[in-house]
Design a protein around this ligand. Structure first.
Ligand SMILES: C[S@@+](CC[C@H](N)C(=O)[O-])C[C@H]1O[C@@H](n2cnc3c(N)ncnc32)[C@H](O)[C@@H]1O
Length: 283
C-alpha cells in the first residue's frame, strides 16, 4: 500500500517539503523501534483495536488511497490502479503454470480486498468471488467495481480485526484460489499473520493455490515488525524474514512452491510474493 502520506506527497508537494516529511517519518519510525527495543511493545489486542479503528472509519483521501479505492488522488491521473491487478493476475498465472495448477476457479477469495483493484481482474475468471475486509464501505466499493466489469457473484464478508476466524463459516465452501496483496504488512503482528495463514490453509480446497504478498525484513533494525503506534506506521507493522515466512507457511500445512521478490515498486519496497499450495489428497 502507499506508505501513507509519503506517496500522496510524491504527487502533489514540492521536493523540499517531500524530503522534510520523509525525514520526519524516518525519525518517527526509529523512535518507535527504539521504544520497542526498550520494552515498550504494545499488546496485539491494543494494536488490533487501533487497526479496527483506522480501517473501519472511512475518512479522507489518504484513507481512500490506503484502501486502494480507484478514485483516490494517489491513483489520480495514472494507470497504477489498473496495473496493480493486471500485474498480480499475470504473476498468479505464471506461478500457476509453474505449479501445474490448472483447474477452473470455482471460488476465489481475496483477504483484504480493498477497493477492488485485484478483484476486477480475478473475478471475471471465477464462478464466485469472495472479498473479506474490515471495512463495510470498502466491501461495497469492491462490489461496485467488480459489477462494472463482470457478472460474477461477489460474497462480501466484513470481519473484526480481532476475530479473523469468524470469516471461515461464512465463505460458503472450499476455495480454489486464496489471494492477499498489500495486507500482511498491515496486520497487528507476525503472529496474527500466522493466524491468517492457517485460515488460508483451512479454506483452500486440497490442491488449491494461495498467492500471498508480505513485506520482508532484510536484517536491518528499521525493517523489523513495528509492534506499536499503528496509525503512524500502518505499512510497517508486520514484516518477516523471507525464510521465516516460508517456514511459517510449512508449519500451517502449506507446501510452499516459490517466492518472487519485488525489492521496490511504485508504492513501496521489500515485497515478497509466496506461492503456497495446499497438498492435494493423496491417491
Ligand atoms: C492497501 S489495501 C489493499 C487492497 C487490495 N488488496 C489491493 O491490493 O489493492 C488494504 C486493505 O486491507 C484491509 N485490511 C487491513 N487489515 C486487515 C485485516 N486484518 N484483515 C482483513 N483486511 C484487512 C483494509 O481495510 C484495506 O481495505
Amino acid at each position: 500500500m502507499p506508505s501513507t502520506p509519503v506517496t500522496l506527497a510524491r504527487t502533489h508537494l514540492p521536493n523540499a517539503v517531500r524530503r522534510a516529511r520523509h525525514a520526519a517519518s524516518g525519525a518517527e519510525n526509529l523512535l518507535q523501534r527504539a521504544l520497542v527495543s526498550a520494552g515498550a511493545r504494545q499488546s496485539e489486542a491494543r494494536i488490533a483495536a487501533d487497526a479496527q479503528d483506522y480501517w473501519q472509519r472511512p475518512a479522507d483521501a489518504t484513507w481512500r488511497g490506503n484502501s486502494h479505492w480507484r478514485d483516490a488522488p494517489v491513483f489520480g491521473d495514472s494507470d497504477l490502479w489498473n496495473r496493480l491487478g493486471t500485474e498480480h493476475l499475470a504473476m498468479f498465472d505464471a506461478g500457476a503454470r509453474m505449479c501445474g495448477f490448472d483447474r477452473p476457479w470455482q471460488r476465489v477469495l481475496e483477504w483484504g480486498c480493498g477497493g477492488g483493484a485485484n478483484a476486477v481482474h480475478f473475478a471475471p475468471r471465477a464462478t464466485e468471488f469472495v472479498g473479506v475486509d474490515i471495512s463495510p464501505e470498502t466491501l461495497v466499493e469492491c462490489e461496485k467495481q467488480v459489477g462494472a466489469v463482470c457478472d460474477t457473484p461477489v460474497r462480501s464478508i466484513a470481519i473484526d480485526v480481532a476475530d479473523p476466524e469468524s470469516a471461515v463459516p461464512r465463505i460458503g465452501g472450499p476455495c480454489d484460489v486464496f489471494l492477499s496483496f498489500y495486507v500482511f504488512e498491515l496486520v497487528p503482528t507476525p503472529e496474527y499473520g500466522e493466524r491468517l495463514l492457517r485460515i488460508a490453509h483451512d479454506v483452500l480446497a486440497p490442491g488449491g493455490l494461495a498467492l500471498i504478498q508480505v513485506k520482508y525484513s532484510d536484517g536491518r533494525w528499521r525493517t523489523r515488525s513495528r509492534r506499536r503506534a499503528y496509525r503512524r506506521g500502518l505499512a510497517e507493522m508486520t514484516t518477516y524474514p523471507i525464510d521465516e515466512f516460508w517456514r511459517i507457511a510449512q508449519r500451517c500445512g502449506f507446501a510452499p512452491q516459490a517466492v518472487q521478490l519485488v525489492p521496490r515498486n511504485e508504492l513501496d519496497e521489500r515485497y515478497a510474493y509466496f506461492f503456497l499450495r495446499r497438498e492435494p489428497v493423496a491417491g
